[in-house]
Structure formats: structure tokens, C-alpha cells
Design a protein around this ligand. Structure first.
Ligand code: SF4
Ligand code: SF4
Length: 149
């Protein structure tokens, strides 16, 4: 039993201000789009506190979302997009994991939270998605060390 299988519904690409882009991620997007970093950031991102987040369209979808297609910057998409639904809150808190199921039909409830958390940690680790908490990085990708069993 998988703990998560993406249905490609696009729901996680809707919502204001959730897609944090660090300096490294802004540069990755700029390279992909053939722009310099400052132009990419000005065009597609906006400041939010100490961080930058992707802009949203009027209907709430991410500026890079393409209707009927999906992510328009898939090879260069931000780390939070690669990591979802394995976010800190969903890994640490069974209630958050349960609530996340309402937003993301790909999370398999019968997989159970413990297995979800284990698989999530392993996925983030294997894909280099864990962050150390630099000011411009997504806190959703910062995890405390695992408790000894
Ligand atoms: S909301 Fe979940 S199932 Fe839908 S596209 Fe996003 S990750 Fe996949
Ligand atoms: S960058 Fe791509 S995957 Fe991330 S929210 Fe935007 S459209 Fe969705």
C-alpha cells in the first residue's frame, strides 16, 4: 500500500503565497526560463516577509500553472512543489496529515500516518529536499532530527 500517489489534479498548485522560492530556486527557474534571476524574480515572484514566493493568477493558481497541462516549469519547479505532501507539519502531526487529505486526494489514508511520516522523511532525504532553515527557505522542509526508537 502506497502512502501517496499523485492524481495530477492540480489542487496543490492553487493558493496564495505558499510556494517559497529561495535564491537557489529562483536561479534555477531563471536558467530554465532563459532569463536573468532579477527579471525572473520581478516577473514571477513577490516578497513575503523574509522570503520570496511565486505569484498567483487571479483565480488563485500559481503563475506557472497551465490549465489542462499542469506545471509549466516542471523540470525546474521549486523544492516545496517537489516535496508536497511530505511537509514538516504532515510528517510530524497526524492531525495535519488528516487535514491534508482534504486538499490532496493523492494521500492514501489507509497507509497510516506512521508509514507516511517514514516514507516522507526518506523521500525528502533521498531527493535532497531537506532544508536547514536559512531565512529564505521554506520552513515546511525543515525537519527536526528523528527521535530514537
Ligand atoms: S493535490 Fe495531491 S494529488 Fe493533486 S496534484 Fe497535488 S500532489 Fe497530486
Ligand atoms: S511551480 Fe509548478 S508545481 Fe509548483 S505550484 Fe506552480 S505550477 Fe504547481
Amino acid at each position: 500500500m502506497e502512502v501517496f500517489v499523485c492524481h495530477r489534479c492540480g489542487q496543490c498548485c492553487q493558493g496564495q503565497g505558499g510556494i517559497v522560492v529561495s535564491a537557489a530556486e529562483r536561479q534555477r527557474l531563471a536558467d530554465y526560463l532563459g532569463l536573468d534571476e532579477a527579471t525572473m524574480t520581478e516577473r514571477y515572484a513577490q516578497p513575503q516577509g523574509s522570503k520570496w514566493v511565486l505569484r498567483s493568477r487571479a483565480d488563485g493558481y500559481c503563475v506557472f500553472y497551465q490549465d489542462g497541462v499542469g506545471c509549466g516549469v516542471h523540470p525546474a519547479k521549486p523544492d516545496v512543489c517537489r516535496a508536497w505532501p511530505f511537509f514538516r507539519g504532515n510528517i510530524l502531526d497526524p492531525v495535519s496529515w488528516q487535514l491534508a487529505q482534504e486538499a490532496c486526494p493523492g494521500i492514501e489514508p489507509s497507509g497510516g500516518h506512521t508509514r507516511f511520516a517514514e516514507a516522507g522523511r526518506a523521500y525528502l532525504q533521498a531527493h535532497g529536499l531537506l532544508k536547514r532553515g536559512q531565512p529564505d527557505e521554506a520552513t515546511a522542509l525543515v525537519l527536526p532530527p528523528e527521535e530514537p526508537a
